[in-house]
Write a protein that binds this ligand. Structure first.
Ligand SMILES: [Zn+2]
Length: 419
């Protein structure tokens, strides 16, 4: 049995590589001497690691910095397109695969309508959008990150169950990894969304809850800087908690789930009933913005129902920041206020006063979260745009709990020389 405190040489090398890479990523352009100062590693170690990163083209020398008396130091940085990421959102209505750079910018995207496909067909469509996106990548691709619906075992890359796709125990990660010969990471779409908000959001605290309300309703949790999957990957599955026994039939075959009163399909059904004809999402949004009374009443009631459910989370976890995403967020501030007010009504006053609800500001939240997952896992980096508050310079800023510990050769060895 290995003594846990006694790191092997390989572990030490990998740790040092991740530390140097994260420091150059956060602080670049930066000199080797400054990297040594920031990491506490020796200059020899830093030089060795940087040589490996230069050889794999993950790092680049970009000229000389100002001299502080002696020879002007050479500065190194990580080019934002040194590697590209494939971020995938297997959404209820659209499958999206995007080529994303190391700073979280979407360079190319492929979308395909996905509403009417399930089982094998849905899997084929997913692989097809990834294939089309990959064909657009103009630089080496690091791997694929996927945000998938349903219960997902992130350590194995298995979709345990996704009702909308009729997927059960689908080894999605291994299938995609075999197909493309690339590393693949899979997370539940709400977990991906919360990771994107945590990494790209305006403020970064240790804890965060993102609630995605659209075709379905689910929450993703970051607790102490790590996504929290729960004991069986079901943390945040709030959409099928019954709030109206005897209410409308749910797609899970029970009655009165939160999704039947607070999701986009729920408000479209309710509005259609009131108006006597079917209504589209776009039309509902238009009517809401015009202040049409039925649309207003139905949407705000949906917001109150969601808020009432979130009130329970406020008390259970005392997480100060809730970010609301998904298509329902398009109803904007009035809907948000209905959610927040209902949550405050249900929670202990002191806790409610200490909790903020805000609308997500990130487009393509699942695509970017899946990219962040891939990048964090493969490089030990956390994505954040230039100019945002920098995370502490510890080796791995965000880890997805439950993922298997990597026992792989050093980063530079694994990445190999750039093609
Ligand atoms: Zn249900």
């Amino acid at each position: 049995v290995e003594h846990p405190a006694k790191a092997t040489n390989r572990e030490t090398r990998e740790h040092n590589e991740r530390l140097v890479l994260a420091t150059v990523y956060d602080s670049g352009p930066v000199s080797r001497a400054d990297v040594a100062r920031l990491t506490g590693l020796t200059r020899t170690t830093v030089s060795d690691v940087v040589e490996g990163l230069l050889a794999s083209s993950l790092c680049e020398e970009i000229g000389h910095g100002p001299s502080t008396g002696g020879k002007a130091p050479i500065l190194v940085e990580i080019p934002s397109e040194a590697r590209l990421l494939v971020g995938v959102d297997l959404g209820d209505q659209v499958f999206t695969a995007a080529i994303v750079n190391l700073r979280g910018a979407i360079l190319q995207r492929v979308d395909a309508p996905s509403e009417s496909t399930n089982g094998e067909g849905a899997l084929r469509l997913a692989i097809d959008v990834m294939e089309r996106a990959l064909s657009l990548a103009g630089a080496p691709v690091l791997g694929v990150g996927i945000g998938a619906p349903g219960l997902v075992d992130a350590s194995a890359g298995t979709v345990i169950q996704a009702v909308t796709r009729d997927w059960r125990m689908l080894p999605l990660g291994p299938i995609v990894a075999d197909h493309f010969g690339l590393p693949v990471y899979v997370a539940n779409d709400c977990q991906a969304a919360v990771l994107a908000e945590h990494v790209f959001g305006a403020t970064r605290g240790p804890n965060l809850i993102t609630v995605k309300a659209g075709q379905g309703i689910g929450a993703g949790l970051v607790i102490n800087g790590e996504t929290f999957p729960g004991d069986g990957y079901g943390a945040g599955e709030i959409g099928h908690t019954i709030v109206d026994p005897g209410g409308r039939m749910c797609r899970c075959a029970r009655r009165g789930c939160l999704e039947t009163v607070a999701s986009m399909p729920a408000i479209l059904v309710e509005l259609s009933d009131r108006l006597g004809h079917p209504i589209s999402q776009e039309e509902a949004l238009r009517q809401f913005r015009l202040g049409e009374p039925d649309a207003h009443e139905v949407v705000l009631e949906a917001g109150r129902q969601l808020g009432a459910a979130l009130g329970g989370l406020v008390g259970a976890l005392h997480v100060r920041r809730f970010v609301l995403a998904g298509t329902m967020a398009a109803f904007g501030e009035p809907w948000l206020e209905a959610v927040a007010a209902a949550a405050a009504d249900r929670a202990l006053g002191a806790l409610a006063a200490d909790t903020t609800f805000e609308l997500g500001r990130i487009d393509d939240v699942v695509v970017l979260g899946a990219s962040a997952l891939l990048m964090t896992r493969e490089l030990g980096l956390s994505l954040h745009p230039f100019g945002s508050p920098r995370p502490p310079r510890t080796p791995v800023a965000v880890a997805v709990a439950g993922a298997a510990a990597a026992s792989t050769p050093g980063l530079a060895a694994r990445l190999g020389a750039a093609p």
